[in-house]
Design a protein around this ligand. Structure first.
Ligand code: ATP
Length: 457
């Protein structure tokens, strides 16, 4: 099925408590969003699924959580101070600021004017100051990190020595990044504050191309396993002129975020980038000059980040393969992909969010068929409490059963557990499946095992 457009998701997200416009009571803040009770669960589930896949289910990856604010020199030597910028143009007609590389045929998308200024670089890093120094004092200047990756490179020796790893191995990190985007927008697709899931995989030079291809294949597979339809995913090979200064080759996993666009090529945009960063980062942060011209001489670093191979007695700078994804873009893609509509036997159209059970914010909703019957309410509440240590369950009695089912379908809850008069006698409940609407009687004592089995299928 072709996914719905982003506007449909914006309205569902606000209505049901996934995502709200931020600072709304003060008029909002352009392109900032807050995650509500269901949104925070969905984000956490995406992050947990990634961490499990990346760290727990492999033998060769460690985790890390580095600071958001790092020494400014990190960004000097990584190249971000000089080159982490977008080309900016101003529309002379309506004064809108635009990204030169995202213009439609050289025209302002706001007013259609072609009277634009020449492009000039605009650095995307947010600046702030540490300590009580004044804003003019350059020695206190720091940045909010625009990517999590650098925190991994500067800890390369720490992780290597404390984990006693040998190549190849990787370091995974999850966390907030900040970019002062010129044109944020499209809901949570592009914001100035967002979360990244990045992993830096260190390999011997020469093995990089093969390992890069393996990661490209595995990453596409991961999105399929999250339940995203293959027809809405594709790989995009970045042409040479698009490559970042450190990259030898980059392939993006793209999602069809904009199905409503007429130009089929513009329907797709990046969900995850998988880059071969070469040995650029470890070299640039190393204290020793490596090339004959002393090009990458780093007088500020106190450490050499090269690797010594005990077996071959060689010393070299490992190459790095980096799969980098956005939590928020993944959340948007899974919401769009899970969105379906189904008509019931009364001819009413219902929204069903067919989220993968591992991502669903709530796994089971326990519903009493009659809320004025204390024994039914008591049993339903006790079932909810017995489930809560092992899975996210809720109790809801705020409407008739049809309304309660519809509400859970719309937020993607895989199972509704209904307690009725019969339950008081036979200690069985009705379990309703979100996707098929089929119902099954299950013994209360077997409910936990039954749900866990079906949730992990
Ligand atoms: P784009 O070309 O869309 O600006 P990028 O190529 O600069 O993205 P990367 O530096 O490769 O992005 O970052 C890795 C991932 O982080 C992206 O695939 C995306 O999922 C996420 N990401 C990057 N910038 C943003 C943003 N402003 N808002 C939300 N997510 C982002």
């Amino acid at each position: 099925m072709t996914a719905p457009n982003i506007e449909t998701i914006v309205s569902l997200a606000k209505r049901r408590g996934f995502v709200y416009p931020s600072s709304e009571i003060y008029g909002g803040l352009g392109s900032a969003w807050d995650y509500g009770p269901l949104g925070v669960e969905l984000c956490n589930n995406v992050k947990q699924a990634w961490w499990r896949w990346m760290v727990y289910e492999r033998d060769d990856i460690e985790g890390l959580d580095s600071s958001i604010i790092l020494n400014r020199l990190v960004w000097k030597y990584s190249g971000h101070e000089d080159t982490f910028s977008d080309p900016l143009v101003d529309c002379r007609e309506c004064k809108t600021r635009l990204r030169a590389d995202k213009l439609n045929d050289g025209k302002c998308p706001n007013c259609g004017s072609t009277d634009l200024t020449e492009p000039r670089p605009f650095n995307l890093m947010f600046r702030t100051h540490v300590g009580a120094a004044s804003e003019e004092d350059d020695s206190s200047l720091v940045y909010l990190r625009p990517e999590t990756a650098q925190g991994i490179f500067i800890n390369f020796n720490n992780v290597l020595t404390t984990s006693r790893r040998k190549l190849p191995f990787g370091v995974a990190q999850l966390g907030k990044s900040f970019r002062n985007e010129v044109t944020p927008g499209n809901f949570i697709f592009r914001t100035r504050e967002f979360e990244q899931m990045e992993m830096e995989y260190f390999v011997r030079p020469g093995e990089d191309e093969k390992v890069h291809q393996e990661w490209i294949d595995q990453c596409s597979q991961w999105f399929l396993e999250l339940g995203i339809a293959g027809e809405n995913l594709r790989l995009y090979e970045q042409p040479k002129e698009e490559l970042a200064h450190y990259a030898k080759r980059t392939v993006d996993v793209q999602y069809r975020f904009f199905p409503e666009r007429e130009d089929a090529e513009k329907q797709w945009d990046e969900l995850m980038g998988i880059a071969n960063r070469t040995d650029f980062d470890l070299r640039t942060h190393s204290k020793k000059p490596e090339d004959a011209e002393g090009k990458r001489l780093n007088p500020d670093s106190t450490e050499d980040l090269s690797y010594f191979d005990e077996a071959t007695k060689e010393r070299f700078y490992p190459y790095v393969i980096e799969p980098a994804a956005g939590v928020n873009r993944t959340v948007l893609a899974v919401l769009m992909d899970a969105y379906t509509e189904k008509t019931n036997d009364k001819g009413e159209t219902r929204v069903i969010l067919k989220l993968h059970p591992a991502l669903a914010p709530i796994k089971a909703a326990v519903l009493p068929l009659a809320k004025n019957k204390p024994e039914i309410v008591a049993l339903a509440k006790s079932i909810k409490r017995s489930l809560q240590p092992v899975l996210r369950a809720v109790y809801d009695d705020t409407g008739g059963i049809g309304k309660l089912y519809a509400r859970q379908d719309e937020i993607g809850t895989p199972f509704c557990v209904t307690v009725d008069h019969q339950s008081l006698e036979d200690n069985e409940v009705t379990v309703r499946d979100r996707d098929t609407w089929e119902q099954e009687r299950v013994k209360v004592v077997e409910l936990e095992g039954y749900l866990l089995k079906r949730l992990n299928k």
